[in-house]
Design a protein around this ligand. Sequence first.
Ligand SMILES: [Zn+2]
Length: 150
Amino acid sequence: MKFLCDQMLGTLAKWLRIYGLDTLYATDDLDDNKLIEIAKKENRILITRDIQLIYKSRRENIKSIKVTEKNIDEQLNQVLKKVKIDKEFFLSRCLLCNSLVSEINKNDIKNKVPNRIFKNNENFWYCKKCDKIYWQGSHFKNMIQKINSL
Ligand SMILES: [Zn+2]
């Protein structure tokens, strides 16, 4: 399952990436027609708060999820009710660019993360595209909490 979040749902897009879901986040210069085109071409489920966009996507036979809540926890609940998530894929994607990250040897990143982080973590992941290193820090713990509360 792949997703496309509209411009209003940046935080939600980031969370879906944390769960390992392939999620594009629309930039401001994309209008509704362009969003529908991308969803169609890449077979993505459109996630939006815009009811007009929901109608348009239905006419084009594009699957969509309507988000009505403003609160991020509620938004996540709405989406995750309809989506199967697998813990195996948690933290498999870069939060910035949606690329798959790969595990990286701890010793290779010694000078690239703060000392405290280096000492307290054994596993690190790396996005080549963004040159960004991830570890199971606070957002990971929040995520586990969230999942348990769903
Ligand atoms: Zn990246």
